[in-house]
Design a protein around this ligand. Structure first.
Ligand SMILES: [Zn+2]
Length: 337
């Protein structure tokens, strides 16, 4: 699954090729910045890319000119074993019940900046990776700023973000911002080579996953195409009043998180069908912009949930499903009278 990061194998991530080239060149010209933000949607390989980049920087075989890591030297082996003394990963801690905390505390950041100010143990770079920037509090960001303003020699701080807007301007202005090129034309070839699906399915999976390639690969491998199709049919049945709002959850057999994501895709798809004249006939007599409004609403709930808001997801979901059912009922009533 996506959360398990394979750090031993080199993975091709062609949408990062230009970013990698620029970073390698900056390194060779001794102009590598001390702060790098890698900004891309979840599931687009930020973590995989940064792991490979960090491993290359630490690799003993690429001391003079930066190259892909060798995988053999002491540094590479320590990195693979996740015991490299000059690499620090900062992430949310888990509490004593095994649940991940919502934020990265200021103590964690202070601890990290202290470590970064020490001498490197393998006489190379010291690199810190902050995997969930969205979990940094304002105070934590301020503590980081100090390191970005007065970085030690050969220290590098990499921040991963799926939403640049949540990063304070003072931090952004002190970092190089890396954004991969998530073009369908590049991504579909990669996806086809990884999964052996045909082009139409590759494009559909990319659409469903908002062009996040690793997510799309996961989606295909977990039968996402069929699951999505079945879910869309249920939503259509709801609109046609063939099932009741409370039945959709159970009939879909999906987790509520998945339902939210698919529901956004569904309304997006309906809106697209309306604009292109496709889909069910009933789509074309819906109140103008309704699918788009519902799409926006679902995204808002998704965002609030990601930001840690304690929403009653089931109630919110029912409200939207009822609205979809009711609009279908009204349309049927008008066309029957
Ligand atoms: Zn190496």
């Amino acid at each position: 699954m996506m959360d398990q990061i394979d750090i031993q194998r080199q993975i091709e991530l062609p949408w990062f090729n230009n970013s990698q080239k620029n970073l390698f060149e900056a390194y060779d010209n001794e102009r590598l910045p001390h702060g790098i933000i890698i900004a891309a949607p979840n599931g687009s390989g930020k973590r995989e890319f940064s792991n490979q980049f960090i491993k290359s920087i630490l690799c003993e075989a690429s001391k003079l000119k930066l190259n892909k890591f060798c995988g053999q030297c002491k540094s590479c082996r320590l990195f693979d074993a996740q015991t490299h003394p000059d690499f620090y990963l900062l992430d949310r801690l888990t509490d004593n019940k095994g649940k991940q905390k919502k934020s990265i505390g200021i103590d964690q950041v202070r601890n990290l900046t202290e470590k970064l100010s020490e001498m490197s143990q393998l006489s190379g770079w010291r690199v810190a990776l902050i995997a969930s920037v969205s979990a940094l509090t304002r105070a934590s960001f301020n503590a980081l700023l100090k390191t970005l303003e007065e970085p030690g020699q050969n220290t590098l701080l990499i921040l991963l973000s799926d939403n640049l807007q949540t990063i304070p301007a003072t931090v952004k202005s002190r970092c190089r911002i890396i954004q991969p090129e998530l073009k369908t034309s590049t991504l579909k070839h990669w996806l086809i080579s990884q999964t052996e699906v045909n082009e139409a399915i590759a494009v559909q999976a990319l659409n469903s996953c908002f062009n996040a390639p690793l997510k799309a690969k996961d989606f295909i491998q977990n039968n996402g195409i069929n699951i999505e199709k079945a879910f869309y049919q249920l939503c259509d049945q709801l609109l046609l009043n063939q099932i009741a709002p409370h039945e959709l959850n159970e009939k879909s057999g999906l987790d509520i998180d998945v339902i939210w994501r698919l529901l956004a895709n569904y309304f997006y798809q309906v809106e697209k069908d309306i604009l292109t004249g496709g889909g069910l006939q009933v789509y074309h007599v819906l109140p103008l912009k309704l699918p788009f409004q519902l799409y926006t609403k679902v995204l808002e709930v998704n965002r609030a949930q990601l930001a840690g808001s304690n929403l009653q997801l089931n109630l919110q979901l029912q409200a939207i499903l009822i609205q979809w059912f009711e609009v279908g009922r009204k349309i049927a009533h008008i066309s029957n009278s």
